[in-house]
Design a protein around this ligand. Structure first.
Ligand code: NAG
Ligand code: NAG
Ligand code: NAG
Length: 496
């Protein structure tokens, strides 16, 4: 009884607050975004702020998760909370990298924010060491290794020939792999003799480091004869490519004469206009990758001595993208809730549900999770809360938010009054509807005058969501009367 009063009080709060446009459950107004922090040598300002803000009444409190475990800020810790924002000072690339999520909660429930990743981009120096000279014959092919130092973040590579600013310009004969940094010379000429230095640039930190120079020396014991292409740079057998991303395939061969490189799809389909084939650099570039771009690609290197091919399969994948999300609902006790959550993704997504930020454990028979569909039957007050559907595949995760309110309503006739008077025809049938609003469902009783109306062949009462009685008679008076959860209620109708 006391509980019920509390709930009713709560409900009236909900209604009055909704009237003054104040939201009660936590609703995110700011969620964290992924951060790539560029770590530059000699820079002390190593601080990152993840933002999080939610509205709600009572005011939400905030907690943060790193890799699915709660962060417990201890005194002296390099984590601190300012409002909902998480400040991380003295960033450490070994301890702080991971997936962050904000959890906002108040007495109505909790919500988990989207996931934000923290990456730290850095580039260390080459461990200075000499590189042994590489000796080749004229006409031979050669590979000079770059061997970039430890790093995180995307790298680009160039090579200095002898002294800066003289750089190696890639052409049909010389190739710089942007995957490994290695320099390939298909067929060495006299003019190639000199010192080669690999320059590694981190595109995030915008810092560059130089490797030790490698001298290229010509052997004098003869000239290399002609030979068929030998493919030295090739792409993997299977290349997973994210929807809408840009993929670059590298292919380069050593050979004498200098081989020509060509590309094709093995299914014979022509390349779309967006596909860029750069014969000079041995790179095939497909921007804005879509399902139809998936397939097997083949690179052919050819010269007068022969030809060689390599193949690789581009596999399309897509992180989940929501196409259907559950909406906030208000339901009554004993009703059945059905929420559907749908996401498009490749491979197909799996679904989980969270209640108040915790994994929903469908232990009870009432609760069923079937794909993206959550069903809760025989709703009760304990089911109230914030629910989130999580759709995920190995390439990503998305979260939805929806609130479930379950209300208790004492029987109320105000929306569906019994007709004050019902005109009846002698010998005819009449139907008097009794449809009080109430939650949970109650018992409906009928009275005629002071006497309880008993069911007979002439008078029938139907109970359910609605109660109705039929009676064939002359002028009569009826008093339906429900007594539910201690609330006596009644309404009357007069037959004339
Ligand atoms: C979080 O998970 C990522 C990926 O598994 C891992 O690289 C990182 O070290 C983890 N971070 C922490 C602090 O455990
Ligand atoms: C290459 O480097 C070595 C040692 O630093 C130097 O003696 C030589 O002159 C350089 N060669 C060229 C072509 O610059
Ligand atoms: C039912 O309603 C009638 C008319 O409003 C009232 O006279 C009567 O006392 C009520 N009975 C109960 C049990 O509340």
């Amino acid at each position: 009884m006391e509980l019920l009063w509390k709930l009713l009080l709560l409900l009236s709060l909900v209604e009055s607050a909704a009237g003054s446009a104040v939201l009660l459950r936590p609703v995110f107004t700011k969620q964290p975004g992924s951060v790539v922090f560029p770590l530059k040598p000699g820079e002390d300002q190593r601080e990152v702020v993840f933002s999080c803000e939610a509205q709600g009444h009572p005011l939400p409190s905030y907690r943060w998760k790193l890799n699915d475990s709660f962060i417990l800020p201890r005194p002296g810790s390099h984590y601190s909370l300012m409002g909902g924002n998480l400040h991380i000072s003295r960033l450490n690339k070994d301890e702080d990298v991971g997936i962050y999520q904000c959890v906002a909660s108040n007495s109505f429930g909790a919500v988990v924010s989207r996931e934000a990743s923290l990456h730290i981009a850095y580039l260390e120096n080459f461990k200075t060491q000499r590189r042994n000279p590489v000796r080749v014959r004229e006409g031979q092919g050669v590979v000079l290794l770059c061997g970039p130092p430890p790093h995180s973040g995307e790298l680009t590579f160039t090579w200095i020939f002898n002294q800066y600013p003289s750089l190696v310009t890639p052409d049909t004969r010389r190739f710089v792999s942007q995957k490994t940094g290695n320099l390939y010379i298909a067929k060495v000429e006299l003019s190639d003799v000199g010192n080669y230095t690999c320059v590694v640039t981190n595109t995030v930190t915008k810092t560059s480091v130089q490797g030790p120079p490698t001298p290229l020396i010509l052997r004098v014991d003869g000239v290399m004869g002609e030979y068929e292409p030998k493919i030295e740079v090739q792409f993997p057998d299977v290349v997973p490519v994210a929807k809408s991303s840009t993929v670059k395939l590298e292919c380069f061969a050593l050979g004498n004469p200098v081989p020509t490189i060509s590309w094709r799809r093995t299914d014979g389909a022509a390349f779309g206009r967006k596909v860029e084939v750069n014969k000079d650099s041995g790179v095939l570039e497909i921007p804005y990758f879509q399902q139809e771009d998936a397939g097997t690609y083949e690179c052919t290197a050819e010269n007068s001595r022969g030809r060689n091919t390599v193949q690789g399969k581009l596999v399309f994948y897509a992180p989940p993208h929501l196409t259907e999300k559950p909406q906030d609902v208000q339901m009554t006790i004993d009703e059945t809730l059905v929420w559907e959550c749908k996401a498009s993704a490749k491979p197909k997504p799996s679904y989980r549900w969270l209640k108040n930020g915790e994994v929903l454990d469908p232990m009870e028979d009432r609760l069923q999770v079937n794909g993206g569909v959550l069903t809760i039957s025989s709703l009760n007050m304990a089911d109230i809360g914030m629910y989130q559907c999580v759709a995920e595949n190995k390439h990503g995760r998305v979260f939805t938010n929806a609130e479930l309110r379950v209300v208790a309503i004492a029987p109320d006739f105000s929306q569906n009054l019994l007709k004050a008077q019902t005109l009846a025809r002698l010998g005819g049938d009449i139907l008097i509807e009794c449809k009080p609003r109430m939650s949970p469902r109650g018992v409906i009783l009928w009275r005629k005058g002071k006497e309880a109306l008993r069911e007979s062949h002439r008078a029938q009462g139907f109970c359910g969501d609605a109660g109705a009685a039929t009676e064939t008679s002359e002028a009569q008076e009826k008093f339906p009367k429900g007594k539910i959860n201690g609330y006596p209620l009644n309404h009357s109708s007069v037959l004339v």
